[in-house]
Design a protein around this ligand. Sequence first.
Ligand code: MN
Length: 320
Amino acid sequence: MKYFRRDFLKKTIFGIFGVSIFGGLMKTINANKNKNKKVKFTYTVGDKHWVGDGFHVHGLLRPSEELNKFISPFILMDYASPEAFPKTETPKGVGSHPHRGFETVTFAYQGEVEHRDSFGGGGVIKPGDVQWMTAGSGLVHDEFHSKEFCAKGGVFEMVQLWVNLPKKDKMSAPKYQGIKDADIPNIKVNDSTQIRVIAGDYAGTKGPTSTFTPINIYDIKSETSEKLSLNLKEGTNTILLILDGEIEMEENNYKKQSVLIFDQLGESIDFKTSPNFKGLLLNGEPIDEPMVAHGPFVMNTKQEINEAINDFHSGKMGTI
Ligand code: MN
């Protein structure tokens, strides 16, 4: 009864005075609040390196003491910027290798990737498709340009992202989600901007991907120069990769192949696109746990890394 009365009183006071007395005060607080997320780090990586003989990539995100706090749950991102491959009879790519403790996510923009893993997952991803592979307790897989692409040759463009798993899910069963372009909702914003919701939620529209921690991934395209405002929860991490065109944000200009890493403070990012802008936005709740990344394994301790190496060598992650 006591609690009821207190709650009732609180409600009544706010009900009566909320607007007249607290209204002014609340406005001041809101005005002082850092509403926009600010860019904390930005860089471009001009150099490319080969992953196997099929993926010529800019290494855009790497685990580091300085960055981890602001990029978690994302760990690593490679961008194979557009590059022409001649036709070939020998498939180009990366042969059999293991992973444990996280998810590898491949976004196909141009060209095709074929994948198979030791747990029966596999398939071809084509432009607009996304492959979301949960390595979990461990698997072995290979990643090659598809046979059809190799036979014809052509321009190849992909992004591969590594997404961390929380400690409680690191040893979960491997899983494969082959997400087709047609399954990804495409939302029209303003006159010429389209946002494809790959994971999470954009203004009430949900993406088809199932994730272990809260994650939003948007593939954004603008044909003409337009202003965009994206609401992203305070306390979450946000990364924008500019794939094409450029953006203007708070009197700064960011060009193609820039990575922008934002502060956790603030609830939105606002920017103006150039014509023919193309970007990939990653947003997620940080996983606040120790992380040890070693080659293809991402665990919480060194001991677990050693276990992963032993389990791989003793065949526990399977073969293909
Ligand atoms: Mn791999």
